[in-house]
Design a protein around this ligand. Structure first.
Ligand SMILES: C[S@@+](CC[C@H](N)C(=O)[O-])C[C@H]1O[C@@H](n2cnc3c(N)ncnc32)[C@H](O)[C@@H]1O
Length: 166
């Protein structure tokens, strides 16, 4: 757990209603490949698999990694969802249609150039709570004043142009 905190974010599970909001904002379609960077207990993977997508999570902390596999196996989703015990900074993300993140601002700053280099045009990045510095979101979900903001970026769209206020 401490290792995940050192690398990019400690384990903090996302509320289930916000998981649904993430996937709705991503416009995730059947058969698309989603990567969750730091997948925790696999709740995003399971929800993505339920909607017919293929989902791969990367996780470096042992307890959430095991919980994620438990969730996937328990739901019979092993064909649609997988968890890799790996540091996502060392993985190629080039085949993703959708990347989801719930990381620290520092990690998002480090991740931005990797996403810009590796993701293909048309891919979407959906980030919980923290934006990618220097990127322009194509949409922001914040349905109530107390909701956590979720940012969507469309690679190859306005996303790669510098944001005016960041
Ligand atoms: C805030 S939690 C989010 C968990 C999950 N995505 C969710 O929304 O419920 C961040 C997770 O990222 C993991 N993590 C942090 N840095 C990582 C890295 N470089 N590679 C893989 N996992 C990492 C942590 O161990 C932690 O479980």
């Amino acid at each position: 757990m401490a290792w995940g905190g050192v690398l990019a974010a400690p384990w903090l599970p996302m509320p289930k209603a916000d998981v649904r909001r993430m996937l709705a904002l991503a416009h995730l379609r059947r058969g698309e490949l989603l990567y969750d960077l730091g997948c925790g207990d696999g709740r995003i993977l399971a929800a993505a698999a339920r909607s017919g997508a293929l989902a791969v999570g990367f996780e470096v902390s042992l307890l959430p990694y095991l919980l994620a596999w438990g969730r996937i196996l328990g739901a019979g989703q092993w064909r649609q969802a997988k968890v890799r015990y790996r540091n996502f900074f060392n993985q190629s993300l080039s085949d993703a249609a959708v990347v989801t993140t719930f990381l620290t601002p520092r990690a998002m700053t480090r991740l931005g150039p990797k996403l810009a280099t590796e993701l293909r045009a048309g891919a979407r990045v959906v980030s919980y709570a923290f934006p990618i510095s220097g990127w322009q979101p194509s949409a922001v979900s914040k349905p109530t004043p107390t909701s956590i903001a979720i940012y969507r970026y469309d690679v190859g769209g306005a996303t790669n142009k510098p944001a005016e206020n960041s």
